[in-house]
Design a protein around this ligand. Structure first.
Ligand SMILES: Nc1ncnc2c1ncn2[C@@H]1O[C@H](COP(=O)(O)OP(=O)(O)OP(=O)(O)O)[C@@H](O)[C@H]1O
Ligand SMILES: Nc1nc2c(ncn2[C@@H]2O[C@H](COP(=O)(O)O)[C@@H](O)[C@H]2O)c(=O)[nH]1
Length: 185
């Protein structure tokens, strides 16, 4: 089976991590852990959710791509992807849309891009608060240009990404199953 990386992208709170974990649990896809200078949330662990870095250590990595998002750096390394592919031919990663565009440009058909959309921005805020983000963090996030940019599929991903509306989670899982099925043979 050809190596692939399923890139889950979309706005904050759109369900990227939820879909990534579904791909891991159901299809045993290896998760690519990325690096960030953002402080950990209450339930996040270093090396599991992210590699948490400071403004100096972040730049010691060998990045395939990196971005500045809502005041913090995020980046995904070549080694992270190679390590995931050593575990399984199908890997999965969560990226903002700028990162997804870079993955598509650099990896071509090895990168399968899934863009998640939730039309109602109030629902997105409810979901962020529901998972325990504090009100100040949510306010900062939704006022960032990156969050607002990622609400719609960018021009560069049109015709190159699958758009999945994540309203009902069971429907989303079924749609994800249909997409994965296309790459299994
Ligand atoms: N279809 C859905 N219906 C209701 N709640 C959902 C749905 N999908 C995900 N959620 C919930 O919404 C919250 C945000 O989801 P998740 O953390 O996966 O988003 P995300 O896109 O990874 O966010 P971020 O980019 O900010 O890390 C979680 O509490 C998750 O359980
Ligand atoms: N381009 C990249 N985007 C990344 C990376 N790791 C995470 N992300 C995306 O950043 C935002 C914010 O994440 P959060 O955990 O602070 O809510 C979100 O869209 C993530 O998907 C990366 O290495 N490169």
């Amino acid at each position: 089976m050809k190596n692939r990386v399923f890139v889950i992208t979309g706005a904050a709170g759109s369900g990227k991590t939820t879909v990534r974990d579904y791909l891991h649990d159901k299809y045993k896809m290896a998760r690519v852990i990325t690096h960030t200078t953002r402080p950990p949330r209450a339930n996040e662990r270093d090396g599991v959710d992210y590699y948490f870095e400071d403004d100096k250590s972040f730049f010691d990595n060998h990045f395939l791509e990196s971005v500045h998002y809502a005041g913090h750096y995020y980046g995904s390394s070549y080694e992270g992807l190679e390590n995931a592919w050593e575990k399984s031919p199908f890997a999965t990663i969560v990226l903002d849309t700028a990162g997804a565009i870079t993955y598509k440009k650099k990896l071509g058909d090895k990168a399968v891009i899934i863009f998640l959309q939730v039309g109602d921005t109030h629902e997105l805020q409810r979901r962020m608060q529901g998972r325990g983000d504090n009100a100040e963090m949510v306010a900062k996030r939704i006022s960032s240009k990156e969050y607002n940019r990622d609400l719609e599929m960018p021009y560069e991903l049109q015709e190159k990404a699958y758009k999945v509306i994540n309203h009902d989670l069971n429907q989303t899982r079924r749609r994800i199953d249909e997409i994965v099925e296309k790459y299994q043979h």
